[in-house]
Ligand binder design. Structure first.
Ligand code: NDP
Length: 253
């Protein structure tokens, strides 16, 4: 039995931002295993090279900071020249700072906003300039369960992810007419470096398992199927949607 041709993305070129570890690296691995030429991104060349060495197929790296406009422009131009035109962009780079809102520092607010939201605008705009000209492309923005709901201590993070949801819909409105389909993937609680303090907090960790119908924390590999769908021709008529992959958590009280 072979996979349906609608899910065939072999030979496509895909850039995943923030893919030196965690969710980004798992998504890059999934794309590589599906036959894509993959470009890993992050701020540390050595870390990226190590990550690339562990992936199958043709894997490249592009070192740039997604919050810095000129670096984004130069990084994408250089990557396209070296590897080829981008077919798929995954805006995954992100960070979380947890603190009560009354104690949240100005500089931290701007860091969270720049890393989680402005980055998607900068990288998405640069990729879409090229994709719209060529008349095709797929962009997937990594949103979050916190695009919809929030807990104490992460209001700035949730604000960026809520805004990223609307940016996804706006990108779809602007670029859909030029053949570029934009959607979001919304992970629930996934074990990574970002969530390590939460995983290590026994009470919180137990709460997550209890609140999730699947009865466990998510693994980074749990997100791959959703991404492959959104990046494939099977999703050509799906636009501006956020696909939540959260073990059912968002749906139950
Ligand atoms: P990690 O902290 O494990 O990884 C973050 C990645 O982003 C790293 O590869 C890091 O690379 C990169 N990165 C951070 N800042 C920049 C920057 N300025 N420029 C380039 N790369 C950058 O996080 P996760 O894997 O957990 O999260 C990935 C995404 O998924 C984020 O957007 C997060 O909000 C989202 N998400 C995560 C959830 C979870 O439960 N883990 C739940 C819902 C959403 P380097 O440091 O090498 O530059």
């Amino acid at each position: 039995m072979t996979a349906h041709p609608l899910f065939d993305i072999g030979g496509r070129t895909a850039l995943v931002t923030g893919s030196s570890r965690g969710i980004g690296l798992a998504l890059a691995r999934g794309l590589a295993e599906a036959g894509c030429r993959v470009i890993l991104n992050g701020r540390d060349g050595d870390r990226l090279a190590k990550a690339a060495a562990g992936l199958p197929g043709e894997v490249h790296t592009a070192v740039f900071d997604v919050t810095d406009g000129p670096s984004v422009t130069a990084g994408i131009a250089e990557a396209e020249e070296r590897v080829g035109p981008l077919d798929i962009l995954v805006n995954n780079a992100g960070m979380q700072l947890r603190a009560p809102l009354l104690e949240f520092a100005d500089a931290d607010w701007h860091r969270v906003l720049d890393t989680n939201l402005t980055s998607a605008f900068l990288v998405g705009r640069e990729a879409a300039r090229r994709m719209t000209e060529r008349g095709h492309g797929k962009i997937v923005n990594i949103c979050s369960l916190q695009s919809e709901v929030v807990r104490p201590g992460i209001a700035p993070y949730a604000a960026t992810k809520g805004a990223l949801k609307m940016l996804t819909k706006g990108m779809c409105a602007d670029w859909g007419p030029y053949g570029v389909q934009v959607n979001g993937l919304g992970p629930g609680y996934i074990e990574t470096e970002l969530t390590r303090p939460l995983v290590e907090d026994e009470a919180f960790s137990t709460w997550v398992r209890g609140r999730t119908p699947a009865g466990r924390w998510g693994r980074t590999e749990d997100l791959v199927g959703g991404l492959l769908f959104l990046a494939s021709p099977a999703a050509d008529f799906v636009g501006g949607q956020i696909l939540y992959v959260d073990g059912g958590m968002a749906s139950v009280l």
